[in-house]
Design a protein around this ligand. Structure first.
Ligand code: AMP
Length: 118
């Protein structure tokens, strides 16, 4: 069983934000913003590559609820999912990083020279 499946099963403790039948949201153990929540499906899905449109539809409203509950919805926030090795995905269970609570910097591919990064 993968790390995040164990969190869903409560075999590993987590700091819960909210859950429903399909999804689970908890605080990242190593936050990269004042609010850094991970949103995962309760069933095991490896990555965004395996996510269906049907599940994405329900995840969208769940993520919006997480943003509301953590009080970042109005001021703005960022939603990211890393996919595979080049995307920097360390945990091979689909998760959305929901980041907010401060003005977030946007690094490479915006104000920097992309050539410096590969
Ligand atoms: P990624 O690099 O996109 O796969 O992101 C994995 C995220 O999971 C990282 O931001 C980690 O800090 C986070 N993480 C790893 N283990 C735990 C844990 N036990 N509880 C909460 N967050 C975790």
């Amino acid at each position: 069983m993968c790390l995040f499946c164990k969190i869903v099963e409560k075999e590993i403790p987590s700091n819960l934000v909210m859950e429903n039948d399909e999804f689970y949201a908890f605080h990242d153990i190593n936050p990269k913003a004042p609010v850094h929540v991970l949103v995962i499906p309760k069933i095991h899905v490896d990555s965004f590559n395996e996510l269906t449109g049907e599940m994405m539809k329900n995840m969208t409203s769940f993520i919006q609820e997480v943003a509301l509950k953590t009080d970042i919805k109005e001021a703005g926030y960022r939603v990211i999912t890393n996919v595979g090795d080049n995307g920097g995905q360390e945990v091979k269970h689909l998760h959305w990083h929901v980041l907010g609570g401060a003005k977030l910097k946007w690094g490479h591919f915006s104000d920097a020279n992309a050539k410096d990064f590969f």
